[in-house]
Ligand binder design. Structure first.
Ligand code: GAP
Length: 535
């Protein structure tokens, strides 16, 4: 599937719009349109329901070491600035950027790619920020321009090695930046903190600076004691949260994949340290299964364990659930969700202060005065098991998913083109979004075949019968074939049509989006029929 087709469908049918589009848009920010808001809400609702409300606290789920409890939170976006100092985000949450002194553009160091090329006795690294599919074409254009050659002279360009990241290049004096005419215009890489800064209160001094949260997780850690004290949960248990996070990404790209404002669906699962490896395995597999159950199946979805050298300093295991998004080069995957074994890093940090690894141990980072450099809360965040009387700091398994990336993957997976007959019976290419019925923005559409003879009245009655149970849509405009096509593009699993026969025998046709199968059902039974098929 070509990404441009999906992007254009998303705009045309109201799944996604660029934020503030009438003012030229704002890079890295997106608005969900009437269909998109339903789709994303369904993704988040499916997650919340499957992970929290429908979870049975008393049964042992497949692959779990024992039964466990799940509960939820909804924390503020702006938190005490010390939270981010202790969590490490203040000191460590940065990317490296390079600036171009000629074009005044800014790039993420590791995302600029290029290739060494020689011609006319000169060797340079030409760089591009083009999308993967057009990378080589863009590099060739740039090299021809730089060496003052014409297209027919492309053979005189001697390319060296594959396309690689700018991060592999030491000497920038030979680099022709993505938007520069000559070499040597890129600055050395500089650190850039990804947290958005804001001011709380009217004074506006640096002391009032605060940050928009870059992850929802910290709200859960700092409320660990509140949840323990206000509920009767016992370890093992999980706390879930869905909410907005913000990262000032240097180069937002690939539609909503890397945005500056996005939503996360995170679980912090607290368990006994001795059981944490089993719980890590359980959550890894459970979360992978969740995507497959909702239709992301086959070779485009994979689970990738991180190598030991990729792990964060506190982690003894991390796996990513990845999807082969169509905007990536063949064989490359993008992260949908990370499942991390975080040990006791977070609770300990919020007790004692920011932790660093010293001699293979985690220790509170000390300033020159020997005191913690980033002070923790000093509160006791340990857990006492009231049966065994053991007191310990629970270990944490964190399945952390992106609601926007998930939604984008479901959109990509749903996009299909096939052949279907039009109103005259001729085969035409049809675009159909084959969403899992749980995710489909509209579950059923109702059409009167024509706008007369009592058909609209019966169709509206059916529409009103569906409304309390599901998102339904009524459409009486245009040829019925065109109405089917519009619902196929919206991904509506069932279309119900009231026709001449309906007025005689009180039956209607139901059409299935994927199979195009049509069958007749009594008008009085159609609501139950659709509900049964969606269940
Ligand atoms: N608490 C752990 C954490 O935040 P992460 O890997 O940085 O981990 C988790 O983020 C998920 O959030 C990612 O797997 C991705 O789905 C989503 N995410 C992260 N940055 C994003 C961005 N800039 N745009 C959209 N989604 C993003």
């Amino acid at each position: 599937m070509e990404m441009e087709k999906l992007v254009s469908l998303c705009k045309r049918r109201g799944f996604l719009f660029q934020s503030s589009e009438i003012y030229g848009g704002l890079n890295g920010f997106w608005d969900y349109g009437p269909l998109g808001v339903e789709l994303k809400r369904n993704v988040k609702d499916a997650w919340w329901r499957d992970m929290v409300t429908a979870h049975d606290d008393f049964a042992i789920p497949l692959g779990a070491p024992e039964a466990y409890e799940m509960t939820g939170l909804d924390c503020s976006i702006i938190m005490h600035p010390q939270v981010w100092k202790v969590s490490g985000h203040y000191d460590l949450f940065h990317d490296f950027m390079v600036d171009c002194t000629e074009s005044k553009k800014r790039y993420r160091h590791d995302q600029v790619r290029g290739r060494w090329v020689e011609a006319k006795g000169k060797r340079v690294f030409v760089a591009t920020s083009a999308e993967a599919e057009s990378e080589q074409a863009d590099l060739q254009q740039k090299a021809l321009k730089f060496f003052n050659l014409r297209g027919k002279d492309a053979d005189s360009l001697a390319w060296e090695g594959p396309v690689v990241s700018l991060a592999t290049v030491q000497d920038f004096s030979q680099v022709v930046g993505p938007d520069a005419k000559g070499p040597g215009t890129l600055t050395p890489p500089r650190e850039f903190n990804l947290m958005f800064k804001t001011i709380v209160g009217a004074l506006g001094t640096e002391e009032d600076a605060a940050f928009l949260r870059p992850e929802t997780a910290q709200g859960i850690f700092v409320n660990f004691k509140n949840v323990l004290d206000s509920t009767r949960v016992r370890v093992p248990f999980g706390i879930a949260q869905v909410g907005k996070s913000f990262r000032n990404e240097i180069t937002p790209r690939n539609f909503t994949f890397r945005s500056r404002e996005f939503e996360q669906m995170e679980i912090e699962f607290f368990c006994h340290p001795s059981q944490s490896p089993q719980w890590y395995q359980y959550w890894r597999d459970r979360r992978f299964r969740w995507y497959t159950e909702l239709g992301l199946a086959g070779e485009r979805l994979r689970l990738r364990e991180h190598h030991a050298d990729e792990l964060s300093h506190y982690s003894c295991g991390t796996a990513d659930i990845e999807y082969a998004f169509p905007f990536l080069p063949p064989g490359e995957f993008g992260e949908l969700e990370g499942i991390a074994h975080r040990g006791d890093f977070d609770l300990r940090s919020h007790m004692e202060g920011k932790l660093v690894r010293e001699d293979d141990q985690l220790a509170v980072e000390k300033g020159p005065d020997g005191k913690p450099r980033r002070r923790g809360s000093g509160k006791d965040l340990s857990y006492r098991d009231d049966i065994s009387n053991e007191r310990y700091i629970p270990h944490v398994i964190e399945p952390s998913a992106g609601a926007d990336r998930g939604t984008l993957a479901f959109l990509c997976e749903a996009y299909h083109e096939d052949q279907a007959p039009d109103d005259k019976g001729d085969l035409q290419t049809r675009v159909v979004m084959k969403f899992h019925p749980r995710l489909a923005p509209i579950k059923a559409a109702v059409f009167p075949l024509v706008k007369k003879d009592g058909m609209p009245e019966l169709a509206l009655e059916i529409y009103r019968g569906l409304k309390p149970h599901m998102t339904a849509f009524y459409d009486e405009k245009g040829a019925v074939g065109r109405r089917y096509r519009r619902q196929d593009e919206a991904g509506t699993p069932f279309c119900i049509t009231v026709d001449g026969q309906s007025l005689q025998d009180k039956t209607v046709t139901v059409r299935h989006r994927d199979t195009l199968e049509q069958w007749r059902v009594k008008a009085d039974d159609v609501v139950d029929e659709i509900r049964r098929r969606l269940a």
